[in-house]
Each structure stands twice: as structure tokens, then as C-alpha cells.
Write a protein that binds this ligand. Sequence first.
Ligand SMILES: C[S@@+](CC[C@H](N)C(=O)[O-])C[C@H]1O[C@@H](n2cnc3c(N)ncnc32)[C@H](O)[C@@H]1O
Length: 342
Amino acid sequence: MRPRTRRRPGTRSSRASSRARTGSGTSTPSRCTTDPSWPRLGTTRSISRCRARRAGSQRTGRTTSISVGRPDPDRGTSPRSAGAVQWDPAQYSLFGAERRRPFFDLVGQVGAVDPRRVVDLGCGPGTLTTTLAERWPGATVLGIDSSPEMIAEAIGAHRQGRVEFALGGAEDFSAAGVDVLVSNALLQWVPSHRELLARWAAELDPGGWLAFQVPANFGSPSHRLMRELAESPRWRDRLGGVLRHDGPVAEPAEYLELLLGAGLRVAAWRTEYQHLLPGPDPVLEWVRGTGLRPVLDRLSAAETADFEAEYGARLRQAYPRGPFGTVFPFLRTFVVAEKPGA
Ligand SMILES: C[S@@+](CC[C@H](N)C(=O)[O-])C[C@H]1O[C@@H](n2cnc3c(N)ncnc32)[C@H](O)[C@@H]1O
């Protein structure tokens, strides 16, 4: 059996991390593969991009669904579960450079040398998923996301020989048989993620890696002002309770202890990025792609315009435009862990 790991989590391999940063690396073969030995995927619906292409469904959002797990009774014929947020891949992909950087800072600390099965859980539009195939030329990479819009975009735009995408929820995912599990900017959307982390840690094989990043800016003006406005008398009836603030993410030390307690080697840290954003309302534009989604889902077009006018004015005060653009500080928590014993 080939060694999969050499470094301890948190120690950098310059070759691997430079490949991850630059996106360069061995090019991928352009054959269609669906590895039959992939682990159980719970309720995911694998939408092989190769099959989608054969079905002529690329870029149309029409996909060929292949059920690879038990049926999902909650979803019925609709791919969107009740209460799920509707995502807009194009809006999310604005500020791509700023959103990309934490992903590479995370993956750069994963020491897996030659993993076979890599999963990007909450893969979004798939842009970053494909870089995992470049980083690990011997791996099959599976991107999983619960948003039909995101998965349709991923299939249509990021097709590569060793990269597949599947519709599925993190809650149903099993880490058994996975060599590297990456999850970037997903788990803040999953209230049960502390329990999931404990389960995934138990399911990983010896030598398996778990790496995730979550925003740690729920107390920052961008989020606080959004919540305050949503709870104000004008909006309370429409938006009351829509935005969570009951500990959506943990402190780095809590993740550290949780995974150490599960027997993993762990590195956890925080980074505050100072994003310099262009344009007149850049923070509003940013949150339209992520944190504001639950609000946008609830409101009509006219209500959205009113809410954004009020919220945008508050944001401009909190994040004034400077001579070089708008500085948007953004705190993020990173955790990289390895299961010893390979
Ligand atoms: C902020 S985006 C991050 C996308 C990508 N990982 C990236 O770094 O660009 C969060 C993604 O998580 C997905 N998501 C939210 N809840 C999920 C869940 N319970 N299971 C799977 N995916 C989920 C959303 O559909 C969205 O694509």
C-alpha cells in the first residue's frame, strides 16, 4: 500500500502548497471515470459530468441523476429540501480571488501525499474542486453540494477526467473510505456540524485527512447590521428568526479539542484577511452571494430593494470607502487533522 501521508498537520510542504496556490500541476486525463469503489454517499445523487455530457445536458442545468445512496424521502421529486437556501453561482463567484485564498491556505496544510479519493464537501460552483485534482494527480475528486444550482454550474463549467459532482447534504455524508475530506466555507450552514465532525473523525481510515474552514465573522458589522435590521419593527414579521446567531461556528480551540479527543492529530488557527474591495457597495455585493441569501429568499423584489437600501446605507457607514477601495476585514477559522496509524 502506498504511503498517503508524511507530514504532520500544519506543517507545510512547499511543493504541494505552491502547486495548490498557483493552480499548476500535472494535467488531468480527459477520460470519464466513475470509480465503483467510492464509499457510500448517503443520500447524494451523483451527477456524473461524463453522463451529463452524454445526455447533452451540460450548461443547461438539466442533469442526469444517478442515485448512489438510499432514497431521500424528504426531498421527494424536488431536489431542494425544505428551508434550504437558494444559491446563485454567478453572484457567489464575484470576489472569486478573495474567496479562493482561504481555500488554498487550508489545502496547503494538508500533508496527504498520494490520496486516491478526495472529497470537496459543499463544493459550490466547483471552481476550487478542480484544483484538488491538480494538487493530487492520482486522485479521483468528488464535489458534493446540496444546491442544485451550484451542482449544475459545477457540472457544466468544471468538467475534468477525474472530477465528479454529486447533489447531496453534508448531514448524510460518510467519510468512510475517503483519503482527504476538504470542506471550505460550508459548515457554518450546518447546525449539526460538531456532531458530524466527530462522526467523520471516527469513519476516516488511518492516514485519512480532514480539513475545513469556516468564517468567524458573525459578530462583525456586516453580520450584526444584517441581523439588527432583520429584527427591526419594519422587517421582524418577514425576517424574524431567519438569520441564525446561536453559535453557528465554534472557537478554534473547541474544534481542536473535539478532534484531538477523537484521536486525530490537529492544527487549528485563525486568519483575518483584509480584503480590499472595489465599487460603490462592495460589502453588500459580497454578502448578496453568501450571508444575505436567507433574507433574499424570503423577500419579494420590491422588499429586497427596500431592505438593501437600508442595509447598504448602514454598511457604507461601517465600511467607508477609502482612497484605495473599501477595506473589508474577514476573520476565518481553519482546522486540518490527520488520523494517525496508516
Ligand atoms: C459559501 S459556499 C462555499 C462553496 C465552496 N466550498 C467554495 O469555497 O467556494 C457554501 C456552499 O455550501 C453548500 N451547502 C450549504 N448547506 C449544505 C449542506 N447541508 N450540505 C451540503 N452543501 C451545503 C451551499 O449550497 C454552497 O454551495
